[in-house]
Design a protein. Structure first.
Length: 250
């Protein structure tokens, strides 16, 4: 009986410990996204065949809903996230000037929020937009603003250590910056933690980004077969993603 009682106690302790480690506790400063947002975001990632007018119509309807149902910092951070998504849509369409306009707009909203409030979503959106701008603005921008990606992501992780999108951004320097500033070994180790463990909260867009980054990392090391394999995995999430389809030559 004593042995059985001890086993029960150990099982309860183990269950509690695992729940503590893997529980997805809501972070301070998180927001509730409207259902329309997820459709808008997924359409952006499944961008092939869509037009700027279609994205703009979705954006305007979503902004109207946010203005009518949200207030304060939550409203502002949701608008910033929609600006980021529209910017990404413009990038897929090759409309980089329009993309920059919306990325800069989102950055300015996040700056205003962060002057008075530590908000995890604002840090992540700020880092996301700087990351996108670094790909399409002059190199001087990357040199001056690029370090903010990691610093903003680090601040987000201090608020919510389980936030997969923040860890992805924190890791982006390892994967996407030119030598000698990258570190593919460390970058892949973090991607493995994101994709192959339950350490971080990851939704479908987070997994797509991490899979694409893994593919890109292999590509930069001359391992095309491995790269194509992981790009195909990314396409399982968003089959009409323009960037991946173009990379695979389709």
């Amino acid at each position: 009986m004593k042995t059985i009682r001890n086993l029960i106690i150990i099982s309860i302790i183990t269950l509690f410990f695992n729940s503590f480690i893997f529980a997805q506790v809501p972070a301070a400063g998180t927001v509730t996204y409207p259902e329309k947002y997820y459709s808008f975001r997924d359409n952006m990632y499944n961008s092939r065949g869509k037009t700027a007018a279609e994205f703009e119509a979705e954006y305007n309807a979503l902004i109207d809903e946010i203005n009518n149902t949200k207030t304060g910092n939550e409203k502002q951070v949701l608008i910033a996230r929609c600006d980021y998504v529209l910017g990404r849509a413009y990038r897929y369409l090759g409309l980089n000037d329009k993309a920059i306009t919306y990325f800069d707009k989102a950055i300015n909203i996040c700056k205003a929020i962060l002057k008075n409030s530590e908000m995890v979503e604002a840090y992540v959106i700020y880092a996301d937009c700087v990351s996108q701008n670094c790909s399409i603005k002059p190199k001087t921008y990357s040199m001056s603003q690029g370090p903010k990606i990691k610093s903003m992501a680090k601040k987000a992780l201090e608020i919510d250590p389980t936030y997969g999108a923040a860890m992805y951004l924190y890791n982006s320097q390892n994967i996407f910056t030119p030598a000698p500033f990258n570190n593919y070994k460390e970058g892949m180790e973090i991607l493995n933690r994101l994709l192959d463990t339950k350490e971080f909260r990851m939704d479908k867009s987070d997994r797509y980004n991490a899979l694409s980054a893994r593919a890109y990392c292999y590509l930069q090391q001359g391992k095309k077969a491995e790269s194509d394999f992981w790009y195909e995995k990314a396409l399982e999430i968003y089959p009409k993603n323009e960037a991946v389809l173009s990379q695979l030559g389709r």
